[in-house]
Write a protein that binds this ligand. Structure first.
Ligand SMILES: Nc1nc2c(c(=O)[nH]1)N[C@H]1C(S)=C(S)[C@@H](COP(=O)(O)OP(=O)(O)OC[C@H]3O[C@@H](n4cnc5c(=O)[nH]c(N)nc54)[C@H](O)[C@@H]3O)O[C@H]1N2
Ligand SMILES: Nc1nc2c(c(=O)[nH]1)N[C@H]1C(S)=C(S)[C@@H](COP(=O)(O)OP(=O)(O)OC[C@H]3O[C@@H](n4cnc5c(=O)[nH]c(N)nc54)[C@H](O)[C@@H]3O)O[C@H]1N2
Ligand SMILES: [Mo]
Length: 765
């Protein structure tokens, strides 16, 4: 097999530096790090100009994450990692046609993801012709003609697949799904399938909406905040400010995570230094180091404690819910030794924290990938629902569900139609608004799309952003699938591996990023996004585009569509000339978007309706919230094997590697590392930097990867952690969560094999 699907940094095994993990997040080092990244990539003046536009009313929404902005904003509404995301897009480096003339696709594919991203912004539409070794420039019109002709020559619309990553604005995503549905398919997989799909699937049937139910303000009224399977110090740094404020108002914070994770230990807001306040806040009152996959047992333990020590909101349970009795009986049927074994947490600690939860008048549960990417991702989230419903913690101030979204508009994309399995009510309204007919059959999600490609069932694969080959599981299997596609198209800002592992022919369409001015018909346009808490607001870029040849995503979709359809009720080109027209069409085609253009011009945008939060009503068939009963997951593995989770370092944005460091965990210089418990290492006679190979095991299949180094770390025994995307080749394609079909990137059964040790010349402090 050609080795062009490596998603890794060069395995320079000697440069790994290991320090003690940090206890404190943010603070001065974070400020220095944001400035360093900014200035290195953008230059001093451009950095200052760009960073002061982040998350401001007239500025752009930070592409870093979906955490909401406070109502009253300061000039400092970005964090270290937001600054890195911005700097990465606003970089001065360029990937030009000359660059592509100089480097063949084969040559580029031998470079690391870190190197590819560092080359800068894509400047021109490019075409990789069938059988050729180099990309060559192509005009926009010619690119649209090729894509349209491939799409028109399919004998079935379901032979095309349209992926979306979560940075795409509401306007672009809406037009895109309108085009895809006009073609006649629901094949709209998106990054959400690998991300919070389990949250939507867990919450929808139980509380009647697949989204969270809290406002940012609720954090100021919470008694207890649970942070489960999430590393906010790295991935949602602005959340730490909300936690600090909650803490100062007396909230108790419970951190449930196999790893200690710096941000939850101590936090220092960078702005406090300007106020000459050098104190730090201890955030988490309790850290429960569950074993990977142990959360369901822990929740059942908490439920037992509630039924024993009180903490039930009986009136709410009686009037607004169903299924309580059987759920509690089930939880009580598990003995403490079973729950201790499955969670990895001692009974005494479960009871102690369980009592704090039982006493709470208002509890918020936050969670992210530590839960959603488990085989039982959906049911474990429903156990959280069980726990909170017992105490009536929904639809009251300071209480509710808070799945913390990843990509800055992943929630909005789903709201406006990026959904392979839309419900009939959604299709009906969309059909009326767009005046088209839409197929009712569900389309492919990410994993099904990969299977379809492997079967040779896909002619055209179109990606609106993202980096499909590196983000998906089973890198080699996905690559095999992609190579069987006729035409692959990537709408992108930066060079990545998905431009190099392609179908028979490939096209790159370079687009404007969030930070850049978007002028259509001589008028500067803005787009809108929805944050993790259901607020829809504006985002307006301000920088000069990286190249004159860049086009906006709405422009790209409408021009492709106008090449595709001769007779469409949708006036594609009119729409992209003025985004207000897109919003008017969205108002007619979607629920909850009344007076869209007017309301989104309000200072802080507007809130989408959320019945559990707004009126404590539940749009389930019975009109009640549902307790659900699930067996404990089977966590047993073969002796001498480990469970591996794949996580993010502090210096990456998903598949974009900013640098080879993981500052809070004290690691730098190498990303091919295996965090493991020191006792597990001692037992095998291994030391730090022991060379390892990893083999994953699933349903009799094996996947193998070499060139890893062991690092002793505070992690439960028999659990290990590696980085995403380096370890993706080990994630079995068929290992997915029940119901949501999300790849189990946090639950991979592996065996480790030692290689000849190498230890000279390494540094340790
Ligand atoms: N700087 C930066 N910001 C980002 C991103 C980024 O890559 N870089 N990515 C964005 C995206 S798309 C997303 S989805 C989010 C991701 O945000 P997170 O979900 O915080 O990201 P992960 O690194 O995947 O970390 C998941 C956490 O789950 C824990 N965990 C793993 N298994 C279990 C388990 O079984 N139980 C429990 N309780 N915990 C477990 C891990 O130890 C880790 O702390 O961040 C978004 N923001
Ligand atoms: N093993 C493992 N795999 C995982 C995960 C994990 O935790 N472990 N996490 C999963 C999760 S939560 C997610 S969300 C996915 C992420 O999957 P994706 O969203 O597909 O991946 P990203 O790395 O975020 O995509 C980065 C690329 O997006 C492009 N881009 C950036 N900004 C823009 C823009 O404004 N417009 C356009 N058109 N393109 C842009 C750039 O070219 C960049 O190279 O990965 C998943 N994969
Ligand atoms: Mo995500």
């Amino acid at each position: 097999m050609r080795d062009d699907v490596r998603a890794d940094t060069p395995p320079d095994l000697r440069s790994l530096k290991i320090k003690k993990p940090k206890k404190m997040a943010a603070g001065i080092p974070a400020v220095t790090s944001s400035l360093k990244h900014g200035i290195k990539k953008m230059g001093l003046i451009r950095s200052a100009k760009t960073l002061t536009m982040v998350n401001q009313q007239n500025g752009f929404d930070c592409p870093g994450c979906a955490w909401p902005d406070p109502q009253h904003r300061t000039h400092f509404e970005f964090c270290e990692n937001g600054a890195k995301a911005v700097a990465d897009e606003a970089t001065k480096n360029r990937v030009t046609p000359e660059f592509f003339a100089k480097h063949s696709v084969q040559e580029l594919s031998e470079q690391s993801d870190y190197w590819l991203n560092k080359q800068g912004r894509l400047t021109h539409p490019m075409h990789l012709e069938k059988g050729s070794s180099h990309y060559v420039p192509i005009t926009w019109q010619r690119a649209f003609e090729i894509i349209a002709s491939e799409l028109k020559s399919m004998n079935n619309p379901d032979r095309s697949v349209f992926y979306t990553s979560g940075r795409t604005s509401n306007e672009a995503a809406f037009l895109y799904q309108a085009m895809v549905r006009s073609i006649g398919t629901n094949n709209l997989p998106d990054c959400s399938n690998m991300c919070h799909e389990s949250s939507g699937k867990g919450l929808g049937p139980t509380i009647g909406i697949g989204k969270g139910t809290v406002h940012l303000e609720d954090f100021n009224h919470a008694d207890v905040i649970m942070v489960i399977g999430q590393n906010p110090g790295t991935n949602h740094p602005r959340m730490l400010t909300a936690l600090r404020d909650a803490k100062n108002k007396g909230a108790t914070i419970v951190h449930i995570n196999p790893l200690p994770e710096a941000g939850l230990e101590r936090f220092k807001h960078p702005q406090d230094y300007m106020k000459l306040d050098f104190g730090t806040t201890k955030l988490a009152d309790y850290h429960l180091p569950v074993r990977i996959g142990g959360d369901a047992a822990l929740m059942k333990g908490f439920i037992k404690v509630h039924s024993e020590f009180g903490g039930l909101d009986q009136e709410f349970i009686d009037n607004d819910t169903e299924g309580f009795q059987s759920m509690v009986e089930d939880a009580n049927s598990y003995s403490w030794p079973v729950l201790e074994l499955n969670s990895g947490i001692e009974k005494e600690l479960i009871i102690q924290v369980g009592k704090v939860l039982a006493k709470s008048k208002a509890t918020i549960a936050c969670w992210a990938m530590g839960l959603t990417q488990q085989p039982n991702g959906v049911s474990v989230i429903q156990e959280i629902v069980n726990l909170l419903l017992m105490g009536g913690h929904v639809g009251r101030p300071g209480a509710g569900f808070c799945p913390v979204r990843g990509h800055s508009n992943v929630q909005g994309d789903r709201t406006v139609g990026i959904w392979e399995a839309p419900p009939p009510s959604f299709i009906k309204k969309m059909e009326e608004g767009l005046n088209i007919s839409i197929p009712k059959e569900h389309g492919y999600d990410v994993v099904k799309a990969i299977h379809a490609m492997r079967e040779g069932d896909v002619d055209v694969f179109f990606c609106m952003g993202g980096n499909f080959i590196s983000a998906t599981p089973d890198t080699h299997a996905t690559a095999e699938g992609l190579r069987k596609v006729g035409l692959t198209v990537q709408v992108s800002t930066k060079l990545n591996r998905s431009h190099l592992v392609t179908g028979e022919q490939a096209i790159i369409l370079p687009c404007l990023g969030r930070t850049e001015l978007d002028v259509q018909g001589e008028v500067t346009q803005f787009v809108t996004v929805e944050n993790s808490m259901g607020i829809v607001h504006q985002s307006r870029g301000g920088l000069q585009p990286a190249s004159k040849e860049l086009r906006s995503e709405p422009w790209i979709v409408s021009h492709l569509a106008s090449n595709l359809f001769t007779d469409s009720p949708i006036k594609w080109l009119d729409l992209s000339e003025n985004y207000d027209r897109i919003r008017d069409l969205m108002e007619r085609s979607l629920d909850g978007f009344d007076n869209y253009n007017q309301r989104v011009r309000n200072e802080n945008g507007f809130l989408l309706p959320n019945p559990p939060r707004d009126t404590r009503t539940f749009s389930t068939p019975s009109g009640k919230a549902h307790f659900t009963t699930h067996p404990l997951p089977n966590l047993s593995i073969d002796a001498d094997r480990f469970i591996m989770m794949t996580i993010r370092s502090h210096d990456q944005y998903n598949t974009t590697i900013y640098d080879v460091h993981d500052r809070y965990r004290g690691l730098s210089g190498n990303r091919r590392i295996v965090l493991m418990n020191a006792l597990d290492m001692v037992e095998r006679g291994w030391k730090n930097r022991q060379k390892l190979s990893i083999t994953s095991h699933f349903e009799g299949e094996k996947r193998h990867s070499d060139g890893w180094l062991a690092v002793a770390y505070e992690i439960p025994r028999k659990n290990i952690a590696t980085y995403f995307p380096e370890a993706n080749s080990l994630v079995p394609l068929n290992s997915t969560a029940a119901v949501s079909n999300t790849p189990t990137s946090k639950w991979i059964e592996v065996s480790l094999e030692s290689k000849l040790s190498l230890s000279k010349g390494d540094e340790e402090e």
